[in-house]
Design a protein around this ligand. Structure first.
Ligand code: ATP
Ligand code: MG
Length: 225
């Protein structure tokens, strides 16, 4: 079983009177086979938690542990390689490459990471489930918010990562798409034995979650296990 654990994580920004505590002694675990939801209002520390979980920023205190290996000190190319192979991010900013068509976003992944990506058959299924097949020749600035969000989800899944970390992946979606994306994340967790972590304030995702945490002012509480 793959696990992704935060042990006593605190994160502060700024100094002296400008000091903000974004995370306060957070303990958290995500496991393969489960969809874990972290719910919290704006400013509660969701994006900070997710980016620390995936090693995009470092905590002020505490440990990030993947499969019993402490990754606090993984830096530079080793950290980049690790992320590329094991973690799929759906970030709040989507981070699609502006001058590439949707199709070429995936080709770019093939260049950077030539092996272990989704085979064409499975990729094809995801194109249908996410309803993005007809968008393959478009550029990011020709997509709506919801379309962009679905392409960003497909791209995160494309590397077939062990851990999928998604920041507000349904913010721009209507209810019908929320159902589809919620069920897709759930299937990927359960049927493909991945650890899926979603941070959100979208309560519509609760029904798909195996485990739910609440984050309030940087403090985390387990709601459902
Ligand atoms: N780089 C930074 N520098 C200073 N303060 C920051 C930084 N990043 C986040 N913060 C602060 O940390 C707190 C948590 O921010 P975070 O972005 O994690 O919240 P969030 O729950 O993701 O909010 P939202 O739902 O609006 O995306 C906020 O008070 C925010 O202002
Ligand atoms: Mg955020």
């Amino acid at each position: 079983m793959e696990t992704l654990t935060l042990k006593n994580i605190s994160k502060q920004f700024g100094h002296d009177t400008n000091r903000v505590t974004a995370l306060d002694q957070v303990n958290f675990e995500a496991r393969s086979g489960e969809l874990t939801l972290i719910l919290g209002p704006s400013g509660s520390g969701k994006s900070t938690l997710l980016t620390i979980l995936g090693g995009l920023q470092t905590p002020t205190k505490g440990d990030v542990v993947i499969n019993n290996q402490n990754i606090n000190h993984l830096a530079g190319k080793a950290a980049d390689d690790f992320r590329l192979k094991h973690i799929g991010f759906v970030l709040q900013s989507y981070n699609l490459v502006p001058y590439l068509t949707v199709r070429d976003q995936f080709k770019l992944v093939d260049k950077v990471k030539p092996a272990g990506n989704l085979d064409p058959k499975r990729f094809d299924q995801y194109l249908d489930r996410l309803g993005i097949r007809q968008l393959l020749n478009k550029f990011p600035n020709q997509l709506s918010g919801g379309q962009t969000q679905r392409v960003a989800i497909a791209r995160a899944l494309y590397t077939n990562p062990d851990f999928i970390l998604a920041d507000e992946p349904t913010a721009a979606l209507d209810s019908h798409r929320v159902t589809e994306v919620g069920q897709l994340f759930k299937d990927i967790a359960v049927k493909e034995d991945k650890a899926v972590v979603v941070v959100t304030h979208d309560l519509r995702l609760k029904e798909y979650a195996d485990r739910i945490y609440n984050l309030v002012d940087g403090k985390i509480i387990l709601e459902k296990e």
